[in-house]
Write a protein that binds this ligand. Structure first.
Ligand code: PRX
Length: 644
């Protein structure tokens, strides 16, 4: 628990949407009578073509949930048309390019035009409701246009983070049988070019069902062109009709697929549906960020992750807000970039990740203090536990002790925020995600699976369905059941551990499974292991996380070479390259340790607990090693570790 003092609700938030006076009653109603609560929210936040028959029905053991069944709506209508004509001239998107002299404003009227044109281009390539469209884009407004264009015609988008390799892209395209890819010639980040189209070309060599590839010219670089398949975005959009009737969708029609890592196997396609997801994103955006009409909201995530889906695109636009899309990185051209952009676009609400804050904290206060930041009203954090030191720096230096921080815990699978402070209701404890969002019924379980009452530490689970709940793992419903609903029957299992203090605040302690969180990027240890063992000189690999000052967690690989192979630095470099090629630069190992053997039980199971302790250098607490098949392996790993 943090030793830092509690920060009371500031005077300026006494009139917030949610205050201490209404939070408790609203939360209680949301749990005791979700149908009434969410029915009212759905009327307030969304535009429906037709009302629903039933607010919610669900069956956790079967992994089933349905919200607003029978209700009809369209996401792009909710995010665009509904705000017209009043907000026609209001910025919907402010785009800040990688180069500080590059920016663009897209009004709601322009957004409608761009989205409808692209929707018509998709239609002209034969895309219909239910078809899957892969989006592999840099952080440019066209990424949001592409997502919304899909929703306009009822196509299901699958955004793949632009940092993934051609191999990872190919796997995702095939898994959800996408028939179209939308991409750009190149991306631009921190002054460096990313060869997106070239990556797509490579991936598509193995994807015969992709008949169209729509290419946005971002840098104007020369790219290979396949006449029958490739479509120039600007030419095709200019030629397309600027009106496109919105497809009327059922609340439970799929909206998007987003791949995320689990503890085993390949990444899974998390499927979200239309009504519940949009309501969760929109209502949490409004209440947690205490959003006021006209404010500028900036979430620094990439649209390739769920944070970008829910809080760059859907949550803000559904509220008629002004949302920022930032192409660059926090340290380019200098480490003051975030704060300069806040001044430049008069950002009121800023939402970022602890890893960025730690990196910027390490540079010192000067780049922050050179800027005004007087437009800021509220700060947010997401993606990983925020250490209280980084929290305090964010609060004192960035927010000048004036802006509350909402530390929001949630997951790709939850669709929207699940545990969070409300800036007008919650005294802040640095490092705690605080209290459940509306409708989120939390519990902590002990080793035996029994609920812990009061203060304590345990496995974080959820007792009842919430609107943004994952509906299935695309193409593998059993995997959904096995991953989330089988460990503790009757509950959704988050995969995280948490502590609840005597005041009821939740403190997320991190993953309890084999999922890593590296700079806020979620990754399965199994994915990195599979990449390593592709090398023909490698017999076996085990990957664990270890604490890293900036990244939160680093990637620590124990690698056993084949017999007769003498491992050296050249082999290490090949292994690193292999991880980058198979997954992407985010999967670059931090440490590779040669391991003549791995600690295994007599039944052959790798004892990761021991490997984690060695990686963390916690050699006094290795625990019981007596069940190992070969206890001497541990000694040699420790000796090798100490040489690092
Ligand atoms: O371990 C938790 C951590 O990130 C995981 C979910 O990752 P992903 O699906 O990529 O979504 C990230 C963005 C919502 C969680 O299981 N996590 C996320 N937010 C927090 C967090 N850990 C602690 N505090 C948070 N605020």
């Amino acid at each position: 628990m943090s030793e830092f003092p509690v920060h009371p609700v500031p005077e300026s938030f006494k009139g917030a949407h949610i205050t201490a006076d209404n939070y408790a009653a609203m939360y209680r109603e949301s749990i005791e009578d979700p149908a009434t609560f969410w029915g009212e929210m759905a009327t307030r936040f969304l535009h429906w073509h037709q009302p629903w028959n039933e607010v919610v029905s669900y069956d956790f053991p079967k992994g089933e949930a349905a919200w607003f069944s029978g209700g009809k709506l369209n996401v792009s209508v909710n995010c665009i048309d509904r705000h017209l004509p009043e907000k026609a001239q209001q910025p919907a998107i402010i785009w800040e390019g990688d180069d500080p002299t590059d920016s663009r404003i897209i009004t709601y009227a322009e957004l409608k035009d761009a989205v409808c044109r692209l929707a018509n281009v998709l239609k002209s390539r034969g895309i219909q409701r239910g078809d899957r469209v892969c989006i592999y884009m840099p952080m440019i407004p066209e990424a949001a246009f592409a997502m919304l264009a899909c929703t306009r015609i009822g196509a299901i988008h699958s955004v793949v983070f632009g940092g993934f390799s051609p191999e990872a892209l190919k796997d995702r395209i095939l898994d959800s049988s996408c028939s179209v890819v939308i991409t750009a010639d190149e991306g631009l980040r921190g002054g460096k070019r990313v060869a997106l189209k070239r990556n797509v070309d490579k991936a598509l060599d193995a994807c015969p069902d992709v008949h169209s590839c729509i290419v946005v010219a971002r840098t104007g670089a020369e790219v290979d062109w396949h006449d029958t398949r490739d479509v120039d975005y600007s030419q095709a959009s200019a030629a397309a009709d600027s009106d496109c009737e919105a497809e009327v969708m059922d609340a439970e029609d799929p909206l998007f697929i987003l791949y995320t890592s689990g503890s085993t196997g390949k990444p899974k396609g998390v499927l979200h549906t239309t009504g519940g997801y949009l309501l969760h994103a929109a209502s949490s955006f409004h209440y947690v960020f205490d959003y006021r009409d006209g404010e500028v909201f900036w979430c620094t995530a990439d649209v390739g992750w769920v944070t970008g889906h829910s809080y760059i695109v859907y949550g803000p636009l559904c509220n008629g807000a002004t949302t920022m899309i930032f192409e660059g990185v926090p340290t380019y051209p200098d480490p003051g970039r975030f704060w300069q952009v806040i001044d430049k676009h008069q950002v009121n609400i800023f939402y970022t990740a602890p890893t960025a804050l730690r990196a910027l904290h390490a540079v010192g206060d000067e780049p922050v203090k050179r800027t005004s930041r007087s437009s800021l009203r509220l700060l947010g954090s997401v993606g990983e536990p925020i250490n209280p030191e980084a929290w305090e720096w964010y609060y004192r230096v960035v927010g000048e002790s004036r802006c509350p921080i909402v530390d929001t815990w949630w997951q790709t699978e939850t669709g929207g925020m699940m545990i969070t402070p409300f800036p007008g209701a919650t005294p802040l404890k640095p490092g705690s995600a605080s209290f459940p969002f509306f409708g989120v019924d939390l519990a902590l379980l002990n080793e035996e699976g029994a609920e812990i009452e009061g203060a304590g530490a345990g496995y974080l689970v959820i007792r009842a369905s919430w609107p943004g709940q994952i509906r299935t793992v695309y193409g593998d419903h059993q995997r959904l059941i096995d991953t989330y609903f089988s460990t503790y029957p009757g509950y959704y299992f988050t995969g995280d551990g948490a502590t609840r203090d005597e005041d009821g605040y939740y403190w997320i302690t991190g993953r309890v499974d084999d999922v890593l969180n590296v700079s806020g990027h979620r990754m399965g240890t199994a994915e990195v292991e599979s990449a390593l063992v592709l090398h023909d000189k490698i017999a076996e690999a085990a990957v664990v996380g270890f604490p890293h000052d900036i990244k939160g967690q680093g990637i620590y690989c124990y690698v056993t070479p084949m017999q007769g192979v003498t491992p050296d630095d050249a082999l290490k470099a090949e292994l690193i390259a292999l991880c980058v090629e198979e997954i992407g630069p985010i999967a670059k190992p931090d440490i590779i340790q040669w391991a003549p053997g791995l600690p295994k039980t007599r039944s052959g199971k790798i004892m990761r607990r021991i490997l984690r302790k060695i990686a963390e250098n916690e050699l006094d607490s290795l625990g019981d090693t007596s069940t190992l098949a070969d206890p001497e392996v541990v000694e040699s790993l420790i000796a090798e570790r100490q040489s690092h």
